[in-house]
Design a protein around this ligand. Sequence first.
Ligand code: FBP
Length: 559
Amino acid sequence: MKELSSLQIERLKYQPKLPESLAGGINNLELVEGNKTECVKDTEQIKELFSNIYGKPIVTFKKTPEKIVPEKSNVGVILSGGQAPGGHNVIAGLYDALKQANPQNKLYGFLGGPSGIIEGKYIEFTDEKIDDYRNTGGFDIIGSGRTKLETEEQFQKALKVCKDLDITGIVIIGGDDSNTNAALLAEWFVKNNAGIQVIGCPKTIDGDLKNDQIEISFGFDTATKTYAELIGNILRDANSAKKYWHFIKLMGRSATHVGLEVALQTQPNITLISEEVEEKKMSLKQIVDYISQIVSKRADLGKNFGIALIPEGLIEFIPEIKSMISNLNDVLAVLENDSTYKSADENTKFSIIESKLNGEDSSVFASLPTMIKQQLLMDRDPHGNVQVSKIETEKLLIEMVSQKLEEMKKEGNFKGKFSAQCHFFGYEGRCAFPSNFDADYCYSLGYNAFALLKFGLTGYLSSVKNLSAPALKWVAGGVPLTMMKKKKKRHGQFKPVIKKALVELDGPVFKELEMNREVWAMEDKYIYPGAIQYFGPSSVCDITTETLRLENAAKLTTV
Ligand code: FBP
């Protein structure tokens, strides 16, 4: 029986590229320190919370002929949060660097996410284990989880597990919330003289963990290429059958980077951008009117089909719903301990909530269909986020657009047909085989994470920059995690968080969409990107996203 696909066999042999500074070997590095850093907001509170790791400098690495062989060290690695293509390569890069530095070194993988380090569940990596997972998608090598590390008890347990394994460095591979975990753990270890360093790695398909120092999180490239392939196929189907409107919700949590990138790769008829909805204070009704107008105008041209991209987090950005959700979060935090509420049936729960919400928020909640109310009441994730992937905004919009078009039909303002299909793309892309870009980027991030540990740094995010250039020209280094911090209300309390990067409406990526969307709405300028290619010309296999291309090109013109 066949155990591996032909592609799997070939991908296992792929040798990821490293930046030139790292390619000379892990023991041939020199650390270059930049200026001290400040956090993005709430400086005094963040300084106080992270008094031991606050304000460190940005660092980069330089190749040096000197060979410094470090003492033996053991490292533990954690995969945290949602899967993103390339996670296995971060571990492979980390493992290769660690073994190259000193073959006596050991790498432990904590199982099932951050809970693994608390519960002492781990494996020790071997060459065979790592070789089986090189350049593969998924996080199944050790699994992932969303446990939040924040209590004294959790930290004490993690310390004991690390001491038992003689671990002096932890690498946490995660998104904004997981890297907040990394910063809290780093601070606690320094405060308690634990002698354990913590380094984060920027992971998330959402693309919202980025700033002046982090160009993109890993996984975004592969995930958006995967969705663009699927959407390209649907565009072609729609353009062939000419009878359906496809409403496609795309993962990405709050930010619309995924939707925007996929739109630039495929050029659909409608792309909603949550950040624009918020900025323009568009109500749900205005969004429905906007979509209905395009459906109707296309129908006038004889086109009763099209594609609308809907960001996963849209609902949280519609002003009246955003305000209601914020109020609802506070109400639910109190009701969590209310036995009458907890034992009530669904309709009674809705009534209790409506009675506790402020006037306007209460009417907004009451006006939503039951399906959406139920989805809004689902448990928050351990970091306090509404689980937007479970809110069926695409269905809500189809229902409301249908109603609007019925009204327009009665008034003689819509003469076409509206038959809609809904889709939700998210899980389809999170575990895809990493593109060459993600395979190289992730391997470099892991390798670089060990370099940061080797120089005794803690509370840093592994950073690899200049990503629009060929891999050899990438710049490896580290960014202090505190630099990205600010405070945010979670579960009714203020907590330190990493600032999420949302789509910038005056940035080059959104501008590109804005410039073209009216044409794309009416004329069918669809692009069919096809599947990710791993072998073939570099112009096909190694290109990265439009987002990175446009952002880096804009930086060059402003320098
Ligand atoms: P991360 O921030 O953990 O990388 O989340 C990625 C993501 O895919 C989001 O786009 C999505 O909202 C969420 O995970 C869904 O997570 P889950 O499958 O755990 O509900």
